[in-house]
Design a protein around this ligand. Structure first.
Ligand code: MD3
Ligand code: FE
Length: 222
């Protein structure tokens, strides 16, 4: 069943006329346009992070270079190499701690999670994904985070993407959901461990990112 409710603007991060809340499934909530209009400010923070810990293409344990370029901010960052996946307090490329989570990031993650019913969510990690035309993220689950009760909050910026949203089993059929710039999705509860991915990014041109899509995912990793 799909429930659609409209809430009045309530906080700093929803000064757009209104922000529609759609329930995608149990524990999965889309806050359409929740950060629309704030893309440039958020990208300014991303630029500061990237100056310290640049985007890089990680290698999977199987030896494949990921087409998504990634970096992190927060107490720990998600990394992959030939030895496996992990959250690491150090950027293995710079051998320095990851850049701190900006206050504006923390504020929007807390506000979005609370709006979706997760009142005590405090992320300690933010994975930043960069998509170019043709970049995809294959169907996967996120299970490297220690706190399974915590949701993941995702923020889409730039060129729109087709999100593939499956079930708890790899072969369950997938739904396609279009994620546009400014959309925020909160994934918790029964939806926390569903298979999901991003279809190959289409050519596009967004005022804030040009041909790119940037995705922020806030996590409670430890
Ligand atoms: C559903 N990122 O970083 S965001 C990822 O757009 C990831 O870059 C995609 O999947 C992106 O792991 C999708 C939406 C998302 C993120 C995490 C989830 C959906 C999720 C975790 C559990 C269930
Ligand atoms: Fe994921």
């Amino acid at each position: 069943m799909k429930r659609i409710a409209n809430h009045p603007p309530r906080d700093l991060f929803s000064d757009a006329a209104s922000s529609a809340t759609e329930t995608l499934g149990p524990g999965a909530t889309i806050l359409r346009g929740f950060v629309r209009g704030q893309e440039s400010a958020l990208l300014g923070e991303v630029a500061k992070i990237v100056a310290l810990s640049p985007f890089r293409h990680l290698v999977t344990p199987g030896g494949f270079r990921m087409s998504v370029a990634m970096t992190n901010c927060g107490e720990v960052g998600w990394v992959s190499d030939r030895t496996g996946y992990r959250y690491d307090p150090m950027d293995p490329e710079t051998r320095r701690p990851w850049p701190a989570l900006p206050d504006a990031f923390l504020g929007l993650a807390l506000t979005a999670a609370a709006r979706a019913g997760f009142d005590h969510f405090v992320p300690d990690a933010c994975l930043i994904n960069r998509y170019e035309p043709g970049t995809k993220l294959s169907l996967h689950r996120d299970y490297d985070e220690r706190d399974v009760a915590a949701p993941i909050v995702s923020v889409s910026i730039g060129v729109p993407a087709t999100f593939q949203w499956g079930g708890l089993k790899r072969n369950d059929r997938t739904r396609r959901v279009r994620l546009e710039s400014g959309d925020v999705v909160v994934w918790g509860g029964e939806s926390r461990f569903v298979y999901h991915g991003i279809a190959a990014l289409a050519e596009g041109d967004h005022p804030a990112t040009g041909p790119l899509r940037i995705n922020l995912t806030f996590r409670k990793a430890r």
